[in-house]
Ligand binder design. Sequence first.
Ligand SMILES: *Cc1c(COP(=O)(O)O)cnc(C)c1O
Length: 366
Amino acid sequence: MKVSFLDLRGPYLELKDEIDQAIHRVVNSGWYILGEEVDAFEDLYAKYCGAAHCVGVANGLDALHLGLLALGVGPGDEVIVPSNTYIATWLAVSHTGAVPVPSEPDRGTCNINPVDIESIITSRTKAIIPVHLYGQPADLDPILEVARRYGLKVLEDGAQAHGARYRGKRIGAHGDAVAWSFYPSKNLGALGDGGAITTNSSEIAAAVRLLRNYGSRKKDGNEVKGFNSRLDPLQAAVLSVKLKHLDEWNSRRRYVARQYLQKLVDLDLLLPNVPEWAEPVWHLFVVRSRTRDELRAVLNAREIATMIHYPVPPHLQPAYADLGFVRGAFPISEEVHETVVSLPIGPHVTDSEVEAVVNAVRDACL
Ligand SMILES: *Cc1c(COP(=O)(O)O)cnc(C)c1O
């Protein structure tokens, strides 16, 4: 049985009538930049996240970048980032002129380990970016506590965690701000690029609003050297439709994750560890295997797609050669990158697909 990694068309087909209507509404409105559709989505998403404000931007990288600028991060600053993350988290720091300072992950969750953060704080440290990686919330309380003690800002990277909860409360306003991506494959995905910032701070929200639109509050007034990074109203309209279904889609992901956790437990595989305070939304289901290439080959032969998130850590990418990190600089992250495999998961994975994946993984591991 052929199993694709993620069915990107499934969500559209399930909501085709509603999404088509939303798209036609925007096309017929004659209004194609910002405006009512973007405002409406921002209100809905802020409420969903339990945040006072949401500001839509063009993509997740810009959400991180403009979020850091709004927090006052710039040249000469250091920002603590996970050594194990998608490179966007680091790039946003670099684009402000600040330097990313990596911190190693916890071995069980692969998320930033709060215990290590304090030891790398310097007089230049300005902010911390915890990433809620694979849809699993980072351990925010100890991170926020260290940040308070040292006067640091906290910008969360929520790109993989729409709807996840930390100690019962939705990700959206624990730190100073949260950066979101609505890249099509995310749990809440647009039909193209999209992003947002959520925050309880009216100052941060106002700063991002300026930055996303040429530094302009009103026509022909430019208060700061801003960017063009606006959430497209077509995407906002689609996202407003999809948001209504996010909880149900996340619970379908949870159901798939439960099957994998139960049916693969006895194998020589490291399954994701879920701390008791975490309610993950399973953006990815990442297992670790010392023989992952063999495991992937068995699944591949049965036409079951897998992926690696991510094969090369940011500190070993050519883009970061300037920081001078060598192999071995972040051994936990490197071990994670060398052993991870992501199994198919999504709201449109069927029971028989789960069964095919489970059987193939079992056959490969026994
Ligand atoms: C997807 C992603 C981003 C970037 O989002 P884009 O919308 O593709 O720019 C940032 N951080 C993490 C952890 C992501 O997974």
